[in-house]
Each structure stands twice: as structure tokens, then as C-alpha cells.
Write a new protein. Structure first.
Length: 151
């Protein structure tokens, strides 16, 4: 799966206020619910929080990939976020997080979920790519950088 299939310029948020993990999760849940027919923001929020309770999705180095399955979701949604101030995420290295890629998938599409997670993790393992994202000041540029670096 190519990231341009699940990510749009409108789902790239640049240098936003995160305040807390919970507030950020709700904001992203509302964004996804606005775009996903038949998906409720509360359902997305609770699914993200339930997944996070199983173990932090903070990968380390200030990066997190929150993800969940949502019943009634008809397609995979990606949301790329950079924060103006890092927030605590209980990451393995105990560093706060400022770079996130949210992944919300239909309840039944396990294989796509795993492949897409692996693709995102590989991309975010590139220190130069992460540096570029952190120093990008425009949401449209975040999208372009991400899609270009994936190729």
C-alpha cells in the first residue's frame, strides 16, 4: 500500500499544540470521523486509547505510531502530526513525542494494517526523514516530503 492512498494534505498537521496524549487523540479522532462515513469520533478515540493501554505506541526518538482498528471504518486512514512542543507518551526511551503517524484501519483488514505499520515504522526509522519533518513548517510540505521519501 502506498501512503498517498491513506494520507492526504488535509490529514497532515504541522506544529500543532498537543497538550496531552488524550487531547491529541480526541482531536485526531474528530478529524478522522469528519472524513470517514459512518465512523464516530468517540469510537475512534476509545479504540486508540484501548490500544495505547496495551502498551505505548511510542517508538522512541520522539516518534509514536498510534494505531487501532475501528468497526464500521471502510478504509485505512493515516494522519501525520508534528507537535510544536513534545508530549509525554511513555515511550521505550522515555523521551517525549513530537512526531506521530496515526493509523486507523477497518476492523477486518489485518494484513493491510500490519504491512502499513511496518512501512511507516521503516520510514520513521530514517533520521534524516524525521529531521526534515520536524523542520517542515507547512502541512502541505509535510505531505509532499512523506510521499516523496516513501518512493
Amino acid at each position: 500500500m502506498q501512503l498517498e492512498e491513506i494520507l492526504t494534505p488535509g490529514r497532515c498537521l504541522c506544529a500543532i499544540e498537543g497538550h496531552s496524549r488524550k487531547r491529541l487523540f480526541y482531536r485526531i479522532s474528530e478529524l478522522i470521523a469528519d472524513e470517514a462515513s459512518g465512523v464516530d469520533a468517540d469510537a475512534v478515540f476509545h479504540a486508540l486509547m484501548a490500544r495505547e493501554q496495551l502498551g505505548s505506541t511510542g517508538l522512541g526518538q520522539g516518534i509514536a505510531v498510534p494505531h487501532c482498528r475501528v468497526e464500521g471504518c471502510g478504509e485505512i486512514f493515516g494522519v501525520l502530526v508534528t507537535l510544536c512542543e513534545p508530549i509525554d507518551f511513555d515511550a521505550m526511551d522515555e523521551r517525549p513525542v513530537d512526531l506521530l503517524f496515526f493509523l486507523v484501519v477497518p476492523d477486518a483488514r489485518d494484513d493491510d494494517h500490519v504491512r502499513t505499520l511496518a512501512q511507516v515504522a521503516t520510514l520513521f526509522n530514517d533520521a534524516d526523514f524525521c529531521f526534515t519533518l520536524r523542520n517542515t513548517a507547512d502541512a502541505s510540505d509535510l505531505y509532499t516530503v512523506t510521499i516523496t521519501c516513501q518512493a
